[in-house]
Design a protein around this ligand. Sequence first.
Ligand code: PSU
Ligand code: MN
Length: 310
Amino acid sequence: MKNLKKYLDVSPEVAQALAEGKPVVALESTIISHGMPYPQNVETAMNVEKIVRENGAIPATIAVIGGKLRVGASYEEIVHLGKKGLDTTKASRRDLPVLIARGEDGATTVAATMIIAALAGIRIFATGGVGGVHRGAETTMDISADLEELAMTPVMVVCAGAKSILDLGLTLEYLETKGVPVLGYQTKELPAFYTRKSGFSVDYQVDSPYEVASIFQAKLDLDLKGGMLVTNPIPEQYAMDFEYINRSIEEAVARANQLGIKGKATTPYLLDEIKNITKGSSLEANIQLVYNNAALASKIACELSKLEQE
Ligand code: PSU
Ligand code: MN
């Protein structure tokens, strides 16, 4: 890789942890700028970092700051992105070179966070939900770049499944075609973000952080291209009513279609509209599932770092 140092800006704490083979968990920043309102976004991001530490790993929040690929963003940088909200560029794979050349800021999606994590040598990444195949993709061709990234970049993503703003069946088909393992943590059913159930099955149920780490190690050792998706259901006590949330999602999708919302604006629009339709009650569920994923990702990172030292 040419001149990586010119582009990457890794915090001293994360750099040292990586050099010593300690567990590190990457965290994305679109969830901060576009996924939640201020100030809950900043509060959640800081709590997530704390949870990662409590579970034995080092957090590395990733963003583009002044054209640099920042790994281990500071509190000030997180506040900056959180306050700037939707005015921050939502940065996926295609946006990175432009932001770098222009010296601008960007909040990284799952795809862009995976790229930057891999460049820095981080293997595990925790978030809320991933992008996927949108409903109606057979005519709109709206398929998140997150899926292509999972197909090619060697980073494990721990999430709470995907929101049913997506076509979950088509999303699973796409991941199968691209050779991405979809694991369910202590479940056979794909969780649907706000709910523990979706009506769709994962490829494999896994039951411990060690098991997940050993599957991923085999994938890395064999140099099989791409990442892996670990889907972790929202804790029971925070899960939303299946019928209620699905009705709210239907309403949000219908409104987006009426307004002709397209491209990268679609996912942020739907997230915000669902929050409004549910009068904010979806936000608490969203926050809790992210905490749950951060804890699991950290435990997996600890196991993987032990395996790597054997
Ligand atoms: N899904 C969520 N919350 C999110 C996102 C998706 O439930 O915050 C964000 C993530 O950053 C994800 C991005 O990578 O949206 C996907 O956007 P798109 O569908 O435009 O690829
Ligand atoms: Mn899209």
